[in-house]
Design a protein around this ligand. Structure first.
Ligand code: NAP
Ligand code: G4F
Length: 329
């Protein structure tokens, strides 16, 4: 009998790539989806006849118990979160409830339904925040700089605590930023590649950004989900960092994307004070040596290739939307 996996956050960027990967590995794949007033399955539309969606929410304990029972999951990948850092200052309590305490609810449900379930928790490089050492690895202390990062730090430690308290196979993958054409439009990479496409096609002329000096270690989401799966195939549960080890500033990202679209970014980008964060993370670079040595994990997509791929996908998508609009009259 094939293994069963439950993905929370299956409608998100990572959830869609992980579902594809697990189907390719022969899993029965279940995805937890929260109720919305209109369909929210754009990223997994192509998978809908291959996976089973189960209604539920990290805010609702009972729905998690039911989802674990219905899926008879061997593995649970907790990717669900309020994942946008900027929103976490406007909604700190909600972010703590979903991104932080939601993980405790899931761990309790696992304990109740089947403590043999293996669980992956999506930890974040944001937890390092104002890290004092570079690059960051599994031993680097956390100094979270946003309500989101604080909630993720709680989620991280409660996962380890349930492993140590109850012997659960539960572990955290600490991922640095990973992107794709399926990235939400509010995150800086996609905001930039989508704007470059719209400017190129004459639909807008200006792009407003915040902190151009911020530096991130950006990789491709499709590479990172392989690492998540590998962690749950190990003989013991432990933490791993996933990162490229290469870092670039937001300004470099804009220049790379606009150049690929045949544009001069300086003619279009303006900085806007309202987009600056109350406390930003200025510089992140990860050290994924442990993942490379123990899991054989390596990111396969260099920065420039990633940015070009996102710009090309956005050009294609915006053109298709223009054609559809013209056809509708
Ligand atoms: P994403 O695109 O924002 O997806 C988040 C998912 O969580 C969506 O499916 C969303 O559902 C779901 N969700 C939100 N609140 C929920 C709730 N109360 N109950 C159930 N589901 C809920 O995020 P992502 O980029 O794929 O990231 C996946 C995970 O990795 C997140 O936990 C994120 O914090 C973490 N992470 C991401 C990165 C990165 O660079 N991408 C790096 C480190 C860690 P809806 O579609 O209904 O909104
Ligand atoms: O793309 P971002 O919003 O990603 P951020 O804050 O690094 O968080 C993402 O990666 C984390 C992993 O480290 C995940 F845990 C988290 O869930 C999420 O996926 O912002 C990146 C940088 C920031 O320093 C921000 O201040 O870009 C800077 N930035 C500059 N102008 C902007 C903008 N960010 C956004 N979103 N929009 C701007 O206009």
């Amino acid at each position: 009998m094939s293994k069963s996996a439950l993905i929370t956050g299956v409608t998100g960027q990572d959830g869609s790539y992980l579902a594809e990967w697990l189907l390719g590995q022969g899993y029965r794949v279940y995805g937890l989806v929260r109720r919305s007033s209109s369909p929210n399955v754009d990223r997994i539309r192509h998978l809908l006849d291959k996976i089973t969606l189960i209604p539920g929410d990290l805010l609702d304990d009972n729905s998690l118990v039911k989802a674990l029972e219905q899926s008879a999951a061997d593995e649970v990948y907790n990717l669900a979160a309020q994942s946008f850092v900027a929103t976490s200052w406007n909604q700190p309590i909600f972010t703590a409830e979903v991104t932080g305490v939601g993980v405790a609810r899931l761990l309790e449900a696992i304990r109740k339904v089947n403590p043999k379930i293996r669980m992956f928790q999506a930890s974040s490089s944001e937890q390092y925040g104002a890290a004092r050492t570079t690059p960051q690895n599994e031993e680097t202390p956390f100094h979270p700089r946003s309500p989101y990062a604080v909630a993720k730090a709680y989620a991280h430690y409660i996962t380890i605590n349930y492993r140590e308290s109850y012997g659960l196979f539960a572990c955290c993958g600490i991922s640095f930023n990973h992107e794709s054409p399926r990235r939400g439009l509010e995150f800086v990479t996609r905001k930039i590649t989508h704007a470059a496409a719209r400017i190129k096609l004459g639909l807008q002329s200006e792009l407003k950004l915040g902190n151009l000096r911020a530096v991130r270690d950006w990789g491709f989401a499709g590479d990172y989900v392989r690492g998540m799966w590998s962690m749950l195939q190990q003989p013991q549960a432990e933490e791993f960092v996933f990162a490229t080890g290469e870092c670039h500033s937001v300004e470099e990202l804009v220049a790379t994307a606009f150049e690929h679209a045949g544009l001069d970014w300086k003619q279009h980008v303006v900085t806007e004070a309202s987009l600056l964060r109350p406390a930003d993370v200025e510089h992140l670079r990860g050290d994924a040596t442990k993942a490379r040595e123990k899991l054989g994990w390596r990111p396969a997509t260099p920065f420039q290739q990633l940015v070009h791929k996102m710009v090309d996908a956005d050009l294609q998508q915006v053109r298709a939307e223009m054609l559809a609009g013209a056809a509708r009259g």
